[in-house]
Design a protein around this ligand. Structure first.
Ligand code: ADP
Ligand code: MG
Length: 440
């Protein structure tokens, strides 16, 4: 990096991305003369503009990095003098094609308005709104985690839209960890690291989706660590999403993990029935389709606890009905979504539930069905009884008999206890949902 590149790197952190791209991206070091630095610019317009608007900032940048220059002389580059002034420089067009415009990556459908709030996501939603209203003053970073298809990407885009609308001077940058990594690799290969730094470090708000993808990618984590620090130190808002909490992500550098945990961590959980119904209603309304009650219940109760799949089922129905010109009804739903109804008809048995639960807790199925009340099996057994009640038609006395000859009031007591805990304990809730999903 020559001295001018260093100065530009410094400037990029101080100027808006747009200013930097318009005026400095196309400038190069020409040489030095005593205490003057000669810098080539593409045209007289740039020369005049920099001299008028940015000379103070340029000198400050020079002092900040401790360079000995006292002035910068801008010269219009010969190659640009004859009409080619309008042609973008390599750096600018490279940046344009690699990064695009910062918010163009936001999906217009993912807004707060289209997000349905339920008990499974209300905390995450409230935190996202707080951050969007008062960036960098409430929770920094905000770390949103939860299973696939639970609405993390939706929330993070909603924050982006909201901030871009409320704070028009802020540079909101959204990226996925995958894209961050690919851009980094391209910039390293093409010796364009200053561009990479300029793009990310000039953000006022950085939204990074799917940080679990960074696991095991050391060079990318290193770069991300520096980006994080630079922004955090300048009180810029950072929002991250991941499929799992930082402590569960193996292959993450400890110093990055600890930073992820600095702010607020919130999880989004699988939607309960009520939320699924509300999501269906919202989507049906957005598509202007009428969803009969039985179809609506069929979709919500039979789909997995994953909003993406729920949406997929509805989309399939809507498409079919519009192509065939017939209105949505139950027989159409059953026929199109056979994979859902077949699971309804497939019998879940006490045996299969016991096997699934034993598997989750790493105990033997036979242990769950014995009378013993030793601590390690008593709890899994209660979970199993609860799930048998949820998933099969078995009566309380039948369940009691299957689990070592328990009285039906004991069975009821256990089921109620697990029901209460499920509401309070996200890990238990997740585990129960995953067993239920495995039968669908
Ligand atoms: P994740 O990033 O957690 O895997 P997404 O945000 O991509 O999940 O969500 C999957 C799909 O489900 C998206 O189309 C999203 O709009 C929708 N979705 C998820 N949660 C909700 C919700 N609470 N309200 C409305 N739509 C939702
Ligand atoms: Mg996502």
């Amino acid at each position: 990096m020559d001295v001018w590149e260093k100065i530009k790197d410094r400037l990029s952190g101080r100027l808006t991305w747009e200013s930097f791209q318009s005026w400095f991206a196309k400038t190069d070091l020409e040489g030095e003369r005593g205490k003057s630095l000669l810098v080539s610019v593409p045209n007289t317009e740039t020369k005049e503009w920099i001299e008028k608007e940015f000379s103070g900032q340029v000198l400050t940048a020079i002092q900040d990095i401790g360079l000995p220059y006292e002035e910068v002389v801008y010269v219009v580059a010969a190659k640009h003098q004859n009409g080619s002034a309008k042609a973008p420089s390599d750096a600018a067009s490279f940046a344009e094609s690699l990064f695009g415009s910062p918010t163009s990556n936001l999906n217009a459908r993912y807004t707060f308005d289209s997000f349905v709030v339920g008990s499974c996501n209300q905390f995450a939603h409230a935190a996202a709104q707080a951050v969007a209203a008062r960036p960098a003053s409430s929770y920094n970073p905000l770390f949103i985690y939860g299973g696939v298809g639970m609405g993390k990407t939706h929330l993070i885009h909603a924050i982006g839209h909201c901030m871009a609308a409320n704070f028009q001077n802020m540079r909101v940058v959204y990226t996925t960890s995958e894209r961050f990594m690919n851009q980094l690799i391209t910039c390293i290969r093409n010796e364009k690291m200053p561009l990479f730094h300029q793009y990310y470090r000039s953000a006022d708000v950085l939204l990074v989706d799917d940080v679990h993808v960074l696991a095991g990618k050391e060079r990318t984590q290193e770069e991300f660590f520096h980006t994080f620090n630079e922004l955090y130190d300048h009180q810029k808002q950072i929002v991250l999403s991941s499929d799992e909490p930082p402590k569960n992500t193996t292959g993450l550098m400890d110093r990055l993990r600890s930073r992820f945990e600095w702010g607020l961590m919130v999880d989004v959980q699988a939607p309960d029935l009520e939320t699924k119904l509300a999501i269906l209603d919202k989507k049906a309304e957005a598509e202007s389709v009428e969803l009969p009650d039985d179809v609506r219940n069929f979709l919500a109760t039979k789909s997995k606890s994953n909003v993406r799949e729920l949406e997929g089922s509805l989309t399939k129905l809507v498409a079919y009905s519009s192509v065939t010109g017939s209105t949505i009804n139950m027989s159409m739903a059953k026929q199109l979504l056979r994979h859902l109804s077949s699971s309804m008809e497939r019998k879940v048995t006490i045996e299969s539930v016991v096997r699934a639960v034993a598997d989750k807790f790493s105990v033997q199925p036979s242990q769950l069905k014995q009378k013993s009340n030793s601590r390690p099996v008593a709890y899994p057994r209660q979970v199993a009884m609860y799930l048998v009640k949820e998933l099969t038609e078995s009566s309380l006395p039948e369940i009691g008999r299957a689990f070592g000859g328990k009285h039906h009031t004991t069975v009821l007591h256990s089921i109620q206890k697990i029901e209460r805990q499920r509401h309070k304990d996200p890990d238990l809730n997740r585990m129960i949902n995953s067993v239920i999903d495995s039968f669908n």
